[in-house]
Design a protein around this ligand. Structure first.
Ligand code: 5GP
Ligand code: ZN
Length: 118
């Protein structure tokens, strides 16, 4: 069972922000911003590549609710999902990073350096 499925099953503790039958949101263990939340479906899906449009419909509303719950819906935030090796996906259970609470730099995406090395 993957690490996020263990979190869903309460086998690994997490700091839950919001949850319903289908989705769960909890604080990232290694936050990259003042607010760094992970939103996941409770049914295991490997990545964005495999998720159904139907699941994304519910996920969209859920993430909007998480942003409101964290009080960042007005100030702004970023939603990120990493896919596969080049995307830097470490946990192979679909998750969306919801990051905010400060003015975010774009520069941490520059490590891809699309105009330089490649
Ligand atoms: P990825 O690199 O796959 O897009 O992101 C995985 C994220 O999961 C990382 O930001 C990492 O800090 C977070 N993470 C990994 N293990 C745990 C855990 O056991 N608990 C929590 N809350 N976050 C985790
Ligand atoms: Zn899983």
């Amino acid at each position: 069972m993957c690490i996020f499925c263990k979190i869903i099953n309460n086998e690994i503790p997490s700091n839950i922000i919001l949850e319903n039958e289908e989705f769960m949101a909890f604080h990232d263990i290694n936050p990259k911003a003042p607010i760094h939340v992970l939103a996941i479906p409770k049914t295991h899906v490997d990545s964005f590549n495999e998720v159904s449009p139907q699941t994304m419909e519910g996920m969209t509303k859920f993430m909007q609710d998480v942003a409101k719950e964290m009080g960042i819906d007005k100030s702004g935030y970023r939603v990120i999902t990493n896919v596969g090796d080049n995307g830097g996906q470490e946990v192979k259970h679909l998750h969306f990073h919801i990051v905010g609470g400060a003015k975010l730099a774009w520069s941490h995406l520059s490590d891809a350096d699309p105009m330089g090395k490649f």
